[in-house]
Design a protein around this ligand. Structure first.
Ligand code: NAD
Length: 501
C-alpha cells in the first residue's frame, strides 16, 4: 500500500503506512493551483508513541548490524534515489511550489550527505594509545544514541531531512522524522525508498503532525536527540524544551542574510547573484539573500541592473519551465505581500511591486512576483523581520565599516556574502563578520557535505551544526576504554587512586 494516496498522507511506522481511526487532518495544497490536493494526518501522542516504540524495538538489531552491511543499504538508497529523483522532484514542486529544476537541486544537495554517509566508516574510527601506563592501553569508540528525531520545515522537504537521517542511520541509530505538515509527501516517498533499499522495518519512521506531535517528541523518554530546523521562535522553544527533558538538541532557526557590495565589485555579477539568491525558490530559503547592502556610490547603478533582470523573470507554475513558483500557502503569500505596504508606509521606495505580476499559472495559485524595495530604513520591520518571500531590500551605506556594523548588529547570523575584487577586504570580512556561513563572491554559501551547515546567534541553538563531522559527533557518543590484560604474575591489593606509572 502506498503511504500517499489521492486522499491522505499516512504515517509510516515499522515499515508500513498507518492511518489511525478518527485522526485530525490538515489540508495540503498545490500552491500553483490553490486547490487542496489531499489531507495529511496529524498524529496524536499515541501515534508518536507507536513510532518511537517501533524505532526503539528496531534499534538493538540495527546497532549490531555490521558497518559494512549498514553501508550497503546506504549505497542502495543512494542509487535508487539517483534513478528515481524525478518522481521526488515532482512531489516537491506539487506541494511546495518551487520550480522543478530547483527541486532537483535540493535533491542533489541532500544526496551529497547520503554520499558522505556512505563513507561513514572512516569517521567512526576511534583513537588508540598504547602503553599509557604500564601494560595499559586506552582507546575510544563512537556509538549510536538510540532513537533520534528530526523535525523539519516546509522549505526543503527532502534536503533538510537528508541533512540528518543518512548519518544517523549509518551510525546505527533509528529515526523518527516529523516533517512539515505543509508538504509532507516527500518524507513518505523517501521512507518507501528506504524499504526498497533493504533498510529493516522500524529503522526509519515518519509521523506527520503539528505542535501535538512535536511536544510529544520533545518530552518522550525514549527519544535521545532532536535535530530541528525551522523558524527562530520554534527553534528556541524546541531547544529549551528538549534539553530540559535530557535530550541532545541541535535547533537551526531563521535568518536575514545580507550581501555586502563594495564599490570595486563587478556589478553585473552582483546583479545576477542578487536575483538568483533573492528570488530563487520565491525567497523561501534560509540562505536566501534578503538585504543588499550597497556601499556608495554603487546603489543607483546596481538597482538599475537588478531591475533590468527582474523584467526577464517568469513567475508561474513550477512544472511549466518558469523561473519562480508560487509561495507555499495563501496565508504565507498574504503575509509576505503585506510587507510591501509596510515598506511604503515606512518611507522606503517600492521599485518593483510583485503584486502586479501576471503569472503563468492558474488564477488561484499563491502568486507574488519578485519585489524590490530600495532605501529601506533599518528601523522598518521590512528590514528587521524575516519575510521569507521574494522581497529583496536595498540598504545604502557609506563605507565597508558601516555595512559590517549593520550585519553584525542583527539578531540572526546564518549566511552572508561579500562581493568585491579586493582580496584584502574579503579576508578582513571573513574574519570580522559574526555569521556562521560566509560567501566571497558566492551568494548562497551552503557548505558541501564534508563541512557542516549552521549559523550563529539566533540562527542556531545548540553547539553542533548539521551534517559533516559535526553530524557524526551529534549522532554518536564517545566511549573511552582503559584496558589491561593481566599477566599472571601481576596482582596485589592497592586502594589508591590509579596513577600512570
Ligand atoms: P516553522 O518553525 O513554522 O516549522 C518548522 C517545524 O516546526 C515544522 O515541522 C512545524 O510543524 C513545527 N512547528 C511549527 N509551529 C510549532 C509550534 N508552535 N510548536 C511546535 N512545533 C511547531 O518553520 P517553517 O515555516 O516550516 O520553515 C521556515 C523557517 O525555517 C524559516 O524561518 C527559515 O529561515 C527556517 N529555516 C532555517 C534553516 C536553517 O538551516 N537555519 C533551514 C531551512 C529553514
Amino acid at each position: 500500500m502506498s503511504s500517499t494516496s489521492e486522499q491522505f498522507v499516512a504515517h509510516w511506522i515499522d515499515g508500513a503506512a498507518v492511518i489511525p481511526a478518527d485522526s485530525r487532518t490538515a489540508d495540503v495544497f498545490d500552491p500553483a493551483t490553490g486547490e487542496v490536493a489531499r489531507q495529511v494526518l496529524l498524529a496524536d501522542s499515541a501515534t508518536v508513541d507507536s513510532a518511537v516504540a517501533a524505532a526503539k524495538a528496531a534499534f538493538p538489531a540495527w546497532r549490531d548490524t555490521s558497518l559494512a552491511k549498514r553501508q550497503s543499504v546506504l549505497f542502495r538508497f543512494r542509487e535508487l534515489m539517483e534513478a528515481k529523483k524525478g518522481e521526488l522532484a515532482e512531489i516537491i514542486t506539487s506541494e511546495h511550489g518551487k520550480v522543478l529544476s530547483d527541486a532537483m537541486g535540493e535533491i542533489t544537495r541532500g544526496q551529497e550527505v547520503i554520499e558522505f554517509a556512505c563513507g561513514l566508516a572512516h569517521h567512526l574510527k576511534g583513537e588508540y594509545s598504547e602503553q599509557v601506563s604500564t601494560d595499559v592501553d586506552v582507546y575510544s569508540l563512537r556509538q549510536p544514541l538510540g532513537v533520534v528525531s528530526i523535525i523539519s520545515p516546509f522549505n526543503f522537504p527532502a534536503m533538510v531531512p537528508a541533512w540528518f537521517f543518512p548519518i544517523a542511520i549509518a551510525a546505527g541509530n533509528t529515526v523518527v522524522l516529523k516533517p512539515s505538515e505543509k508538504d509532507p509527501s516527500s518524507a513518505n516517498w523517501m521512507a518507501e525508498l528506504w524499504k526498497e533499499a533493504g533498510l529493516p522495518d522500524g529503522v526509519f519512521n515518519v509521523v506527520h503532525g503539528d505542535k501535538v506531535a512535536v511536544d510529544t517528541i520533545l518530552t518522550h523518554p525514549d527519544i535521545a536527540s532532536v535535530s530541528f530546523v525551522g523558524s527562530t521562535p520554534i527553534a528556541k522553544y524546541v531547544y529549551e524544551t528538549g534539553t530540559a527533558h535530557g535530550k541532545r538538541v541541535q535547533a537551526l532557526g531563521g535568518a536575514k542574510n545580507h550581501m555586502l557590495v563594495l564599490p570595486d565589485a563587478d556589478l553585473d555579477l552582483v546583479a545576477d547573484s542578487a536575483i538568483n539568491a533573492g528570488f530563487g525558490s520565491a525567497g523561501e530559503r534560509c540562505m536566501a539573500i534578503s538585504v543588499v547592502v550597497a556601499v556608495e556610490p554603487v546603489a543607483d547603478p546596481l538597482v538599475e541592473k537588478i531591475v533590468e533582470r527582474m523584467k526577464t523573470l517568469r513567475t508561474g507554475d513550477g512544472r511549466r519551465g518558469c523561473d519562480m513558483g508560487p509561495l507555499v500557502t495563501k496565508v504565507h503569500r498574504d503575509k509576505v505581500a503585506s510587507y510591501i505596504d509596510i515598506a511604503a508606509a515606512d518611507g522606503a521606495t517600492v521599485v518593483v511591486d510583485g503584486r502586479d505580476v501576471v503569472p503563468d499559472g492558474e488564477p488561484n495559485g499563491f502568486w507574488l512576483g519578485p519585489t524590490l524595495i530600495d532605501k529601506v530604513p533599518t528601523t522598518s520591520r521590512v528590514y528587521t523581520d524575516e519575510i521569507f518571500g521574494p522581497v529583496l531590500s536595498v540598504v545604502r551605506v557609506a563605507s565597508y565599516e558601516e555595512g559590517l556594523e549593520l550585519i553584525n548588529s542583527g539578531a540572526y547570523g546564518n549566511g552572508t556574502a561579500i562581493f568585491t575584487n579586493d582580496g584584502g577586504a574579503a579576508r578582513r570580512f571573513q574574519n570580522e563578520v559574526e555569521v556562521g556561513m560566509v560567501g566571497i563572491n558566492v551568494p548562497i554559501p551552503v557548505p558541501v557535505a564534508t563541512f557542516s551547515f549552521g549559523g550563529w546567534k539566533d540562527s542556531l541553538f545548540g553547539d553542533t551544526k548539521a551534517y559533516g563531522v559535526d553530524g557524526v559527533r551529534f549522532f554518536t557518543r564517545q566511549k573511552a576504554i582503559t584496558s589491561r590484560w593481566l599477566d599472571p604474575s601481576h596482582g596485589g591489593i592497592n586502594l589508591g587512586f590509579p596513577q600512570n606509572v
